[in-house]
Design a binder for this molecule. Structure first.
Ligand code: ATP
Length: 243
């Protein structure tokens, strides 16, 4: 059973289709890249999966739970890194994670252990007592990833997690997510507008103006849509080359 099933999800804002019958799945331990230019609908889809915005049609199942009928159970299966940074900069790294663990319902006596394990997994144990404000952008993102892992999610939702990171931090975050999905078996949905970021994904779903215009392994998308690279295929498919 997939850890995420998005089935013909639709969302309208006024006269505009933000999402038009979008369907995709993420399997256990699989990294699926949701690649789309600005305004394609990536964040809207994430908000629907997270239960923050209701869909106008279709269904989302997270770890077997219908997001609109059993939102608490569905949400409990998700680990989320939002597009905007959401650490409390005045708290320490460990305090940020402990607060989240409490919100997630991790029993009080297990919280310190859960925080420690998660920080160790991300190589942040030595920064536990640092205020989030003192961390570099790359380490803050890493701390958000450590936070998202608390509670053992079946699915990680990463909304443009490398935005504003330098190339080395980008690469390191990608490698980290790849390692974590192998370690924990969680599925990953990774939204991005950066083509070079998805070349190592198991599957790529290309979203443009609310609709899926291609899906598959990168090599198959390149073969089907011409050009020498995923960038060529992406530009051709999304019409970005013309703009
Ligand atoms: P970006 O990479 O810029 O974050 P995105 O792929 O995440 O883009 P969305 O933020 O999901 O795209 O936006 C999809 C479309 O829906 C855009 O045209 C956007 O203007 C519109 N939209 C999103 N939220 C709202 C809203 N609350 N009200 C009206 N229109 C909205």
């Amino acid at each position: 059973m997939p850890v995420l099933t998005v089935d013909r999800v639709a969302k309208r804002y006024g006269a505009r289709d933000a999402l038009a019958e979008v369907s995709l799945t993420v399997g256990r331990g699989e990294i699926v890249a949701l690649l789309g230019p600005n305004g394609a609908g990536k964040t809207t889809l994430f908000r629907i999966i997270e239960g923050l915005v209701p869909a106008d049609g279709g269904r989302v199942m997270a770890a077997g739970h219908d997001v609109s009928r059993a939102p608490a159970a569905a949400l409990a299966s998700l680990g989320i890194v939002f597009q905007e940074a959401t650490l409390d900069l005045d708290l320490t790294v460990a305090e940020n994670l402990a607060y989240y663990a409490a919100l997630r319902g991790v029993p009080r006596r297990e919280r310190a252990g859960a925080v420690e394990t998660s920080l160790e997994r991300l190589g942040l144990a030595d920064r536990a007592a640092s205020r989030a404000r003192e961390l570099s952008g790359g380490l803050r993102r890493r701390a958000e990833l450590a936070r998202a892992l608390i509670g053992g999610p079946s699915l990680l939702l990463l909304d443009e997690p490398t935005d504003a990171l330098d190339p080395a931090s980008r690469r390191s975050l990608r490698a980290e997510v790849d390692r974590l999905r192998r370690l924990t078996g969680c599925g990953v949905l990774w939204a991005t507008h950066l083509v070079d970021e998805v070349a190592t994904a198991d599957r790529v779903v290309i979203l443009d103006r609310g609709a899926i215009v291609a899906e598959g392994i990168p090599a198959a998308i390149i073969a089907a849509h011409g050009g020498n690279s995923l960038t060529d295929a992406f530009l051709a498919l999304t019409g970005a080359a013309a703009s």
